[in-house]
Ligand binder design. Structure first.
Ligand code: FAD
Ligand code: SF4
Length: 515
């Protein structure tokens, strides 16, 4: 070959211009590497699905006549490092040029660039042709001293792409329909079943065991439920548009448990994040198909459902990526609230009496999936209230979820959920007492703790920990007008009540693992 083209595991974009024509002078290189299975302990389903999807992608390329070299994890020539393997290819083909698509993760980008620098090698870079924005889009859009508001970014994207627009105005006259969204799930509402694939990844599973890949979570490798090909990814998208989109916005934030709903873990969420993050699906095709469904079925899909969904894809997802590239690598070390505690063991085994946390962790271990509000307002909220070291929180989120890649995990976890960036991404910390969880879920009715008690044996830990958080961060938040009301509530409490709450919280903080 005259050209070696690297395709990373999250660059499974079949529409990439690289692939438009076959060319025998080009060799596509794909590799399963120990470096990627071990930079954090991943959920077993995540490793299985990435390798299964990569293998299918390589097969699809070969069947279209492209030349592909695919290194399996157990290949005896595999050096288990991206750059060591590349060096070997370049040794084998000394006259070949190396072409790469821009990686999404800083870690991989940095690795490739420093290696190329050391070798005095020129990498020819290409866009991954997936995102709707560039890495530096936030810099272009916002002045250096303006606040990087997601809402400003989102409106810009709506206008720029002409999605749900009527000329220069948003369709329906509003940019968002939050007041209609975020309802509690009625216990009697029928929840559609999730579309589950039954992919056989047993050979990969055996290889992972032989190669001693250390993973977390549960998996049935003979029935891997996540999409492992573009065809399946498209099926998942169509299924979402037909059966789930009609309720998406309304119940976007709702949480329930197995006793109440059989499909408690998926509800009306799309479960498209893996298909998107691996690039099997493009964000614009997802949005276009969802908008087309809404246009065809305005009676069953109301505007608030489609707007809620569009906001996630062209708003949050692109914005988060912009934040990542704007602030890496410093972002990864931020710890504005100086949190140092260890992540309690129940994040790994779900053994806790707090029903909301137990259910959210258990379904994460079972399905490698939890929806946004479980991540933000249950597990994230608890870690923030308890003052857990954001490094440990990051490692947990980066390992456990099927869709976890650092560019999207890090700003969501460290920024939005843990406020470790000092409010760059969230205008106020996402903390709540049991009140919010009781309002949005069915967890509290079956809990060992009482959501309406603040002190005493059965008091819900979220309650006193919430006030402890408010109290200990007074300096940080006293000028934040969005927190003003909470501080005035806190100061209106009698000294005795405040002391009791803090005492209760301190007891819980000293016994986190026993909660
Ligand atoms: P849906 O609810 O159906 O939403 C549709 C799509 O919108 C998602 O597939 C996703 O692509 C996009 N989206 C929605 N919210 C966000 C967001 N905040 N940031 C970026 N994209 C968003 N998402 C990841 O893809 N990878 C992660 O590692 C990840 N880590 C997270 C960690 C924390 C602490 C939190 C609070 C959120 C995290 N998210 C992450 C965002 C969000 O929770 C997931 O994208 C979503 O739950 C995936 O499920 P879904 O496909 O069913 O999403
Ligand atoms: Fe969670 Fe507290 Fe409700 Fe129990 S009572 S489910 S710990 S919020």
């Amino acid at each position: 070959p005259q050209i070696l083209r690297l395709i990373l595991g999250d660059q499974l974009n079949a529409s990439h211009s690289w692939l438009a024509e076959k060319d025998n002078s080009i060799l596509y290189v794909m590799m399963e590497i120990g470096q990627e299975t071990s930079y954090v302990r991943h959920h077993r389903q995540k490793v299985l699905v990435f390798f299964a999807a990569m293998r299918n992608f390589a097969k699809a390329l070969t069947s279209k006549g492209h030349q592909v070299s695919y290194l399996t994890l157990d290949d005896k020539n595999n050096q288990q490092s991206l750059t060591k393997n590349l060096s070997r290819y370049l040794k084998q083909y000394p006259n070949a040029r190396l072409q790469c698509q821009l990686p999404d993760e800083y870690r991989v980008d940095h690795q490739l660039r420093s290696w190329a620098g050391e070798q005095e090698l020129t990498i020819e870079w290409f866009d991954s042709e997936h995102f709707l924005t560039q890495r530096d889009s936030l810099e272009q859009l916002f002045d250096s001293d303006s606040k990087l508001l997601m809402e400003t970014f989102y409106r810009h994207m709506r206008r720029h792409l002409g999605v749900l627009m009527d000329g220069d105005s948003p369709i329906g006259g509003q940019w968002n329909f939050d007041s209609k969204n975020r309802k509690k799930l009625p216990k009697k509402l029928a929840v559609s079943e999730p579309l589950i694939f039954k992919n056989d990844a047993e050979d990969i599973d055996i290889m992972l065991t032989e190669m001693k890949v250390d993973t977390i979570g549960n998996a049935d490798p003979r029935q891997l439920s996540w999409p492992t090909s573009r065809h399946q990814a498209r099926q998942l998208l169509s299924y979402f548009c037909e059966y789930l989109l009609p309720y998406f916005g309304t119940y976007q934030d709702a949480m329930t448990s197995p006793e109440h709903h059989q499909h408690y873990w998926s509800l009306f969420h799309s479960r498209l994040s893996f298909a998107l993050n691996s690039k099997m699906l493009a964000p614009l095709e997802v949005v276009d198909q969802a908008v087309a469904s809404w246009q065809r079925n305005p009676d069953s899909i109301e505007l608030n459902q489609i707007e809620g969904f569009v906001r996630q894809i062209i708003g949050w997802r692109e914005y988060i990526r912009g934040i990542y590239w704007r602030f890496m690598p410093e972002y990864k070390n931020q710890n504005q609230l100086h949190h140092q505690r260890s992540l309690p063991a129940f994040y790994w085994n779900a053994k806790t009496n707090m029903n909301c946390v137990r259910q959210s962790v258990q379904q994460s271990l079972d399905y490698a999936y939890a929806h946004h509000i479980q991540r933000l307002m249950v597990t994230g909220n608890f870690a923030l209230l308890a003052g857990v070291d954001p490094d440990q929180v990051d490692d947990w989120y980066l390992g456990i979820y099927i869709d976890a890649l650092e560019w999207v995990e890090l700003p969501n976890t460290r920024g939005m959920s843990q406020y470790a960036d000092g409010g760059l991404l969230a205008t106020k910390p996402y903390v709540s007492s049991a009140n919010y969880i009781q309002k949005m879920s069915h967890y509290c009715s079956n809990c060992h703790y009482r959501h309406d008690q603040k002190t005493g044996d059965k008091a819900c830990p979220f309650n006193s920990l919430y006030w402890h958080f408010i109290d200990r961060n007074q300096q940080q938040f006293k000028t934040n007008h969005r927190m003003g009301m909470m501080y005035s509530v806190w100061h209106k409490k009698s000294q005795q009540e405040r002391e009791q709450l803090l005492e209760q919280a301190n007891y819980y903080l000293d016994h986190l693992d026993d909660l």
